[in-house]
Design a protein. Structure first.
Ligand code: FO1
Length: 303
């Protein structure tokens, strides 16, 4: 079955690995979030694309969740010693990728092209596309002020409660080459167990992508990022509580109104009826086998 997967970083990457294992590389296109891209030390970092590519290449750090396994921090140590920008931690191995990407972008190569090249070089055969090649940045609105995503997430430890999110540049952003074709050709559209507000909404903020989902002729299935009403990692539960009014599957489904036909929810979450079909299974991806089982349940829900 041909699948288009909308994905954020860590949770999405884990799910992508299981999905690719079940459906095969040739059948999966991952459309990744770029709203949390950031320029650090003059380098363009695309954390969510990198989480997917590192995970599919088997190079990711499982424990930290982001970046590469076996990482060292010598360059960052020098940056700190020189009083440089060290709030966003770039490891030595990771830095190499950012150097290559930044140089390519400066030379005029679109993000989609350099992403494909990096994936190929790391022997990743799954198609990975940024949602857009245009500049699109997530901003977080809080009682303490508005912050660019990574400033809120990393520098401020995502502690400020979130009143709203907005996506700078989304109005003028077009889908990256291949994104609409992947959505049109897909036999199922899947939304990964990622934070709806800051991982999936930035993708849907590209108007043509949202329209493609609204006009779909194939099933669209989202996976809830909650287990027992709590986010496995990150601030999704606090954001849902404050912005949607609760942390049940219904609140997650509400984030994708008109865009999905089924929501895959964890067995520990309340089984109240939803506006879309609920598919109950274990969603915790503790290892590859668990990610595979979840992917099978999702494909089953789309069949
Ligand atoms: N997350 C942190 O909490 N602290 C960091 O210093 C940090 C650095 C970093 C560097 C490269 C990269 O690809 C990701 C990095 N992340 C870091 C993770 C990232 O901020 C978030 O996980 C995603 O943006 C949310 O999806």
């Amino acid at each position: 079955m041909k699948v288009a997967l909308l994905s954020g970083g860590v949770g999405g990457a884990r799910f992508a690995r299981g999905l690719v294992d079940v459906a095969g590389d040739a059948n999966v296109t991952v459309v990744g979030n770029v709203g949390d891209d950031v320029e650090v030390l003059g380098l363009h970092v695309s954390p969510d694309l990198d989480s997917v590519v590192y995970t599919l290449a088997g190079l990711n750090d499982e424990e930290r969740g982001w970046g590469r396994a076996g990482e060292t921090w010598e360059a960052l140590g020098t940056v700190s010693a020189l009083g440089g920008e060290d709030w966003f931690r770039l490891g030595d191995r990771d830095l190499g990728l950012h150097l290559v990407r930044t140089q390519a972008l400066r030379a005029g190569e679109p993000l989609s092209a350099v992403t494909a090249r990096i994936a190929r070089s790391l022997a990743v055969e799954t198609r990975l596309l940024p949602a857009t090649d245009d500049r699109l940045r997530t901003w977080i609105e809080t009682p303490e002020g508005d912050f660019p995503f990574q400033e809120w997430f990393v520098a401020r430890g995502h502690r400020d409660p979130v009143d709203a999110v907005r996506f700078e540049g989304a109005e003028d952003a077009g889908p990256a080459p291949g994104v609409l074709e992947a959505l049109e050709r897909a036999e199922a559209i899947v939304i990964a167990p990622s934070n709806p507000y800051v991982s999936i909404w930035p993708i849907l903020a590209v108007r043509a992508i949202r329209r493609a989902l609204e006009a779909r002729r194939v099933p669209a299935v989202a996976v809830s990022p909650l287990v027992g009403g709590r986010a496995v990692k990150g601030p999704a539960d606090r954001m849902l509580a404050r912005m949607a009014g609760g942390t049940t599957p219904a609140h997650v489904a509400g984030c994708y109104e008109g865009l999905i036909d089924a929501l895959v929810v964890d067995e520990s979450d309340p089984a109240a009826p939803l506006a879309v079909r609920a598919v109950v299974t274990s969603t915790l991806m503790t290892d590859l086998a668990a990610s595979r089982r979840l992917a099978e349940a999702v494909l089953g829900a789309a069949a």
